[in-house]
Design a binder for this molecule. Sequence first.
Ligand SMILES: N[C@@H](CCC[C@H](N)C(=O)O)C(=O)O
Length: 358
Amino acid sequence: MALAASISLSVSSHSRRSLVSVKPFRSSIQPTIFKSGGTLRNPTFRISASSMSIETPEKISQNSFFDRKESGFLHFVKYHGLGNDFIMVDNRDSLEPRVTPDKAVKLCDRNFGIGADGVIFAMPGINGTDYSMRIFNSDGSEPEMCGNGVRCFARFIAELDNLQGRRSFTVHTGAGLIVPEIQDNGKVRVDMGQPILTASDIPTNLPANKDQAVVRSELEVDGVTWNVTCVSMGNPHCVTFGTKQNKTLQVDDLNLAELGPKFEHHIMFPARTNTEFVQVLSHSHLKMRVWERGAGATLACGTGACAVVVAAVLEGRSERSCSVDLPGGPLEIEWNEKDNHVYMTGPAEVVFYGSVRI
Ligand SMILES: N[C@@H](CCC[C@H](N)C(=O)O)C(=O)O
């Protein structure tokens, strides 16, 4: 759909009202939406264009979106990776995030804010890397890494910086060095590094049962015994393929909103955890739903999909290369035998460009 929009948003920390005006162009649809209120509170505050097509960067640079520097406003681009959506902030001039965790919570609010699963900051590189990436979850907590986010980050950087034909660069994250590469088809392949399996490093209080790892262990949740494997991709994941009583899951039947928080806040996970519920469709095809730490049920989780393939291999359920179906679409994951790194390939798309008063 070649829909492009001009969007105005105002999010105030004092008033929880918001106003959205959407004016599409290059489209026969011409709605004007006032999300609440009905009057344009910032008539001089006009926002740049966006497109759901991949020609967006050229169009946007013509409009000098990224040159906008008005004080009191945050200019952002909203991206998504399979529906896991992020407010991307150009923070290349400072290692201090331009938005506080409290403000991130407000911006991520789907009713009173822009709406997103997190806020991501593109920052100067450290330790010899080209860039650094930091992220706040929608609850304001700061995770170490975000797989879908780093694909969005790669496309965002390609828009922001003149990479002179370079397709790949290095990114410092809380999970260490991450290397995304933009492919000819626009998808992003990411070297996600090595999975961490040592129980205390994940961290989990579940006792190690295979070398130092927790593989197909038992986790008691509200009187039900789940079989779980714990993996860190820099951030913690608890992967389950079923319970002791019911060894295979039909993931569509799960009540995630009820189950998810019980795993996230379980005493066995001192840093909380992301949880993936997985159904094996074949040795190279998995289906998962995720409850994310600090964000709840999301449409996709890149680090989660990586953790799922690592867990599936450790439990002898799959090959090292798998398609992983998430509610928002598929990711291709490979746990490479030679270098022990996990590689993730998937899309990252612009949703819209906007500015918000901060
Ligand atoms: N959606 C992300 C993971 C984001 C961080 C996570 N909620 C955490 O707290 O660890 C992904 O795509 O990996």
